[in-house]
Each structure stands twice: as structure tokens, then as C-alpha cells.
Ligand binder design. Structure first.
Ligand code: HEM
Ligand code: HEM
Length: 238
């Protein structure tokens, strides 16, 4: 009976062995579904298109085609969101936005511990994203908003107000540089990349860096395993 999901749960539905997976055979854990992954890479592709057409255009707006492509890339970026919400997994998109942007208890705990004992290890068990990731996500969103507002302003003045747009682009590129460094170069954080490409990350890495999230995932899988088991046994008794 040790393989039954029931054995992993206490009477009130808590996981008996929080750090252990219900699917013990798996070395990986599910992190991002197809909708979120496609949306993320769509944003990357459209951002790159806006950047390249902007660079090709320079601070002049003489090339109409390039300018149209420049603006179309940004419209395509926004449309990607709408398409993902309508045709993709709507709840997964909302959950991604909540997890990446909204603070949770571990974030407040981190601030409280770092203030009371600066320069000490906080030992925080992070959720899906840590406070640094959330801070960076907010800054990237703010810089993208600034790019769009200054871009529209520059367009209205026929390129005469180009300075703020260029500055906003440079700030966004610095922030994105940090994001890409974390995703591709930093050995501590780069194990997250397979999650955004294939959907799953190594369980051992996730337990080390996002322990609270792994526990929540395990609890959810255990609960749904119990529910489907009880549905099956109800069915058997019918
Ligand atoms: C992700 C979004 C965007 C990125 C990465 C981006 C990037 C750039 C870059 C790199 C340049 C060349 C700047 C220079 O060499 O001085 C540029 C120019 C320009 N962009 Fe954008 N842009 C974006 C969105 C927009 C939007 C939404 C508009 C307006 C509707 C816009 C309007 C312009 C205009 C009018 C210029 C030429 C004059 C200037 O440099 O300000 N851009 N953009
Ligand atoms: C080649 C460029 C990029 C790479 C390699 C990359 C990679 C990644 C990876 C691996 C994650 C998941 C992190 C995790 O599971 O903990 C992620 C998350 C995220 N990405 Fe990107 N990304 C890129 C560009 C962008 C761009 C252009 C944007 C938006 C303008 C963006 C916005 C986000 C946000 C908001 C998150 C969730 C929160 C976070 O981890 O910061 N990314 N990215």
C-alpha cells in the first residue's frame, strides 16, 4: 500500500512528507504550461523585432515601412496576451501574472528577517518566484510601459522627442540583460531555463530554490490524486 497517494496525506489533507514527491519516480517537476511558454517567447520575439526595426530606423522616421513594422511588433506583443487569454489556458496566464508580480508571505518574511538580522542567511522557503525575480519583473514591466509612452510621444512630435524613448530602451535593455544573464549564464539560476523551454525543471534544483512552491505543488497533486481515487472507488461502488 506504500504507493497509494493516501499514505502521503495526514487526516486533514496535509502532505505527510512535504519535501517528497507524490510522483516519486520523477526527477523533474512541472513549472510552465504551453500557453505561458508560448506567450513568454512571443513577447521575446516581438520585443526583439521592435528593437531591431527601431535600431534600423535610428532616430529618423523617414522609412515608413520600418516604422510600421516597429509599431506592428508592439501591437503584436499586446495581441499575444489577448490570444493567450482567449484561446489558451486563461487561468494559467492569470496564475503566472499573480506568481510573477504579486507579493506573498515569504516575500514579507524575507524583508522582516533581512531588516532584523542584516547580512545573515534568511533561510526563506521561496514560492514560485523569489522577491528578486518579482522586483525585476516589475521593473521590466515599468520600462516597457515607459518605452511605449515615450515612443508614442516621439511619434507625435515626428521624432523630435527621441531622447526619452532611447533612454527608456537603454534602461529596458540593462534590465533584460540581468534577466537573460540569470536565465542563461548564472549557474545557480540557469537550471530554470528548461522550465521556460520544455515546461519542467529538475526537482532537486526547485526544492533548493523554491521549496515552498514544490510543497504547494506536491500538496495539490496529492489532493487531486486522492480526489480521483475516491471518485474511482465511488464509481466502483455504484
Ligand atoms: C518594445 C517596444 C519598443 C522598442 C524596443 C523600441 C525601440 C526603438 C529604438 C531602439 C529606436 C531607435 C532609437 C534611436 O536610435 O535613437 C526607436 C525609435 C523610434 N520608436 Fe521605438 N521602440 C518600441 C516601441 C515604440 C512604440 C510603441 C512607438 C510609437 C507608437 C515607437 C516609436 C518610435 C519612433 C517614433 C522612433 C524614431 C524616433 C525616436 O528615436 O524616438 N516605438 N525605437
Ligand atoms: C532571450 C531572452 C529571454 C530569456 C532567455 C528568458 C528566460 C526566462 C526564464 C528561464 C524564465 C523562468 C524563470 C523561472 O522559472 O524562475 C523567465 C521568466 C520571466 N520572463 Fe523571461 N526571458 C527572456 C526575455 C524576456 C523578456 C523580453 C521579457 C519581457 C519583456 C521577459 C519576462 C519574463 C517574466 C515577467 C518572467 C517571470 C518572472 C521572472 O522570472 O522574472 N523575459 N524568463
Amino acid at each position: 500500500m506504500s504507493d497509494s497517494p493516501y499514505t502521503d496525506l495526514t487526516d486533514n489533507g496535509q502532505l505527510r512528507y512535504p519535501s517528497r514527491s507524490v510522483h516519486r519516480d520523477s526527477n523533474t517537476i512541472f513549472r510552465f504550461g504551453l500557453t505561458v511558454r508560448l506567450l513568454h517567447w512571443w513577447i521575446v520575439a516581438t520585443f526583439a523585432t521592435a528593437l531591431l526595426t527601431g535600431l534600423a530606423m535610428g532616430s529618423e522616421m523617414e522609412n515608413g515601412n520600418l516604422f510600421h513594422m516597429h509599431v506592428a511588433a508592439v501591437i503584436a506583443m499586446g495581441s499575444g496576451f489577448v490570444v493567450a487569454l482567449i484561446f489558451g489556458n486563461t487561468m494559467a496566464v492569470f496564475r503566472f501574472v499573480r506568481d510573477a508580480f504579486l507579493p506573498e508571505r515569504s516575500d514579507f518574511e524575507f524583508v522582516a528577517r533581512i531588516v532584523s538580522r542584516p547580512f545573515h542567511r534568511t533561510g526563506i522557503r521561496w514560492g514560485k518566484f523569489n522577491l528578486g525575480q518579482k522586483g525585476l519583473a516589475w521593473m521590466m514591466l515599468a520600462s516597457l510601459t515607459a518605452i511605449i509612452i515615450t515612443g508614442i510621444n516621439s511619434w507625435h512630435t515626428d521624432g523630435d522627442a527621441a531622447g526619452p524613448h532611447t533612454t527608456a530602451v537603454i534602461i529596458a535593455l540593462i534590465l533584460l540583460g540581468v534577466h537573460v544573464f540569470m536565465a542563461v549564464v548564472n549557474p545557480v539560476t540557469r537550471p530554470a531555463l528548461p522550465g521556460m523551454v520544455f515546461g519542467r525543471v529538475k526537482r532537486s534544483w526547485a526544492l533548493h530554490h523554491h521549496a515552498k512552491w514544490v510543497e504547494d505543488q506536491d500538496r495539490r497533486s496529492a489532493r487531486s490524486a486522492v480526489q480521483s481515487q475516491s471518485r474511482t472507488s465511488e464509481h466502483d461502488h455504484d
